[in-house]
Design a protein around this ligand. Structure first.
Ligand SMILES: [Zn+2]
Length: 338
């Protein structure tokens, strides 16, 4: 087993689906709260860890939202944004051997109530990436998210922000509450992104029905889909065929799906089915700090619980590299590290 763990850790990896708000270390939350005189339920690291990390399948959505709020409370200044971005890359590079990382964030969620300027915060993040990778074999890009549950005005503002920053960011994502805010609502917004040449991924089919994945593909035409768990439930197999036909990459997040109960057991996760069907598929950690996971753990679970072989892992890693939204020249550079 140690052999497998070591082999996985050593693999140079590409990670496409990771939320910056889900990457905040607990000691960092505490330190930033101290520096800025913020309130926390406790300043004890072990105590706060219990409140900040999910230790098993979630009891309620409120419990998880509380964890995200704790992490979000740390984005209190530009220095904090810079530090959290830096630490997210440091963890990925040193602990997980990630060589290509896509970080995503929702400006409206991350900066809500903080009085910080969206543009300045993004500039700080992009600066942190430039500084970090200057001396390291590491490539990183930022995806901007519209949080569906924040309403249409927020989504449109976020799309405009992304279009204005198309030279700095690498992609766009519509995330969260797909049931109350179905994909067709964003067809026009997605059209704007396509017209601007901004690659699109969409959180879809994490919960609910496979029909939502079909709706997402038909109304938003994304290059990638986050989660996509429900797409294998289509009895006709049409949804999977369409994903394959369109060359869409599914960004799977196995442990996240287990913790949020999108799958009952890890053994039920459709990752292997995607691979068998010849779909382009990647493995990601979603919110490593909050979900107490990382890419090493995701790969290990994929082998031990979902039945992937080392060849399957290499395939998923190759798919991630190929489907990255980073510019082709940068991907070519990154590919030399794999
Ligand atoms: Zn996600």
């Amino acid at each position: 087993m140690t052999g497998l763990k070591d082999a996985i850790k050593k693999m140079p990896k590409a990670e496409l689906h990771r939320h910056l708000e889900g990457c905040v270390r607990v000691p960092t939350i505490i330190d930033i709260a101290r520096r800025h005189g913020l309130k926390l339920p406790t300043f004890d690291e072990a105590g706060l860890t219990k409140l900040a990390k999910l230790s098993g399948p979630m009891g309620s959505l409120a419990e998880v939202l509380g964890m995200f709020e704790l992490a979000q409370s740390a984005f209190v200044s530009y220095e904090a944004v810079e530090r959290i971005t830096f630490e997210a890359m440091e963890d990925a590079f040193t602990k997980e051997n990630i060589r290509l990382l896509e970080l995503r964030y929702s400006p409206d969620f991350m900066l809500k109530g903080k009085g910080l300027d969206w543009q300045k915060a993004l500039d700080v993040m992009l600066g942190a990436i430039r500084d970090f990778r200057r001396s390291l074999p590491f490539f990183c890009g930022i995806i901007v998210i519209a949080s569906r549950s924040y309403g249409m005005e927020s989504a449109l503002k976020t799309v405009d922000f992304a279009v204005k920053n198309k030279g700095g960011i690498i992609g766009f994502d519509f995330a969260d509450d797909e049931i109350n805010y179905p994909s067709p609502l964003y067809a026009e917004a997605a059209g704007k992104l396509h017209a601007a040449g901004i690659p699109l991924t969409v959180h879809s089919g994490e919960e609910g029905e496979y029909t939502q994945v079909l709706e997402t593909i038909n109304s938003l035409n994304p290059g990638r889909i986050g989660h996509g768990v429900k797409s294998v439930e289509d009895p006709s197999g049409k949804t999977l065929s369409l994903i394959k036909e369109r060359g869409i990459t599914i960004e799977t997040n196995p442990f996240s799906n287990y913790l949020t109960r999108a799958v009952k057991r890890l053994e039920d996760h459709p990752l292997k089915k995607f691979i068998k069907a010849g779909v382009s598929v990647s493995i990601s950690a979603d919110d490593p700090e909050i979900l107490d996971t990382d890419l090493n753990k995701e790969y290990l679970l994929a082998v031990e619980k979902i039945g992937l072989s080392m060849d399957d892992l290499a395939y998923a890693n190759k798919c991630a590299l190929a489907a990255s939204f980073l510019p082709p020249g940068i991907k070519q550079e990154a590919a030399k590290l794999f």
